[in-house]
Design a protein around this ligand. Structure first.
Ligand SMILES: NC(=O)c1ccc[n+]([C@@H]2O[C@H](COP(=O)([O-])OP(=O)(O)OC[C@H]3O[C@@H](n4cnc5c(N)ncnc54)[C@H](OP(=O)(O)O)[C@@H]3O)[C@@H](O)[C@H]2O)c1
Length: 232
């Protein structure tokens, strides 16, 4: 059986690490992107896993990482654009530099990554793109999440735009839109107990399901919440 290859950004910790562990269990070959690959000494999937440098602020690094992936595995079946950041400022407090940084990491880098992998994603007629967006891509919950939400609304639109561009080529794209997930990001933002938040391992299970669904059962967005909100 052909072993499918997934590229996962931000795979060193948090949601990305959970996705990597889950996909390794499910038999995927992994190409993991991170800023400090030298720090990941025991990657999920063992020596078969490729661990590569990827820095979303270095605009050459997505193409370089995709190139190394193809060199090693000869194929790319899925891109999981997970790396992301939050700047907890209101849009009034934030300056142009804050906005540029959030768009570079949360929007432009995922798009560059998908574009670098595109010739390979389209080759099989069953490519998959999953983006880690947020419920902040669907609603603005507070003033301090407003700047982040601005970038995540763009990330959600970009995901739908990739979905439109890839549909006839067999590429199926899904935006994962969680509320608080118990990782460093959320734990630094709220007093809520980690056990009361969505777990990274549950997000990973959803990613595994999405990657396995056939082209005829594609899910465009998955909103996930650990609390009750009016719309989501
Ligand atoms: N946690 C939540 O509540 C939550 C909710 C909704 C959506 N999300 C989204 O889910 C994704 C994963 O978040 P998480 O919860 O796992 O956060 P996290 O624990 O803070 O991890 C963030 C990951 O992104 C990487 N990253 C940040 N800036 C980067 C850059 N310039 N270049 C390359 N990698 C970079 C980090 O790498 P380093 O280790 O090098 O910093 C880390 O691997 C993000 O897109 C986030 O916006 C999170």
């Amino acid at each position: 059986m052909v072993e499918r290859v997934a590229m996962i950004s931000g795979a060193n910790r948090g949601i990305g690490a959970a996705i990597a562990a889950h996909l390794a269990e499910r038999g995927w070959r992994l190409s993991l992107g991170m800023r400090k690959p030298q720090d990941l000494t025991a990657p999920p999937g063992g020596p078969a896993t490729l661990v590569s440098r990827h820095d979303a602020e270095d605009i050459a690094s997505e193409a370089a990482w995709a190139g190394r992936t193809v060199e090693r595995f000869g194929r790319i079946d899925a891109v999981i654009a997970n790396a992301g950041m939050m700047i907890p400022k209101t849009v009034i407090e934030a300056d142009d530099g804050d906005l540029d940084l959030l768009f570079q990491v949360n929007v432009r880098s995922p798009l560059r990554l998908v574009k670098a992998a595109w010739p390979f994603l389209t080759r099989s007629g069953q490519g998959r793109v999953v983006t880690l967006v947020s419920l902040s891509g669907k609603r603005v919950k507070s003033a301090r999440s407003g700047l982040y939400a601005t970038s995540k609304f763009a990330a959600l639109a970009m995901t739908h735009a990739i979905r439109q561009a890839g549909w006839d080529l067999g590429v199926r794209t899904t935006a994962i839109c969680p509320g608080f997930v118990a990782t460093d990001m959320a734990i630094g933002l709220t007093e809520r107990a980690p056990e009361d938040m969505t777990q990274a391992s549950d997000i990973a299970r959803l990613v595994g399901i999405v990657l396995d669904l056939p082209n005829t059962a594609s899910i465009a967005e998955i909103p996930i919440n650990s609390t009750l909100e009016e719309m989501v």
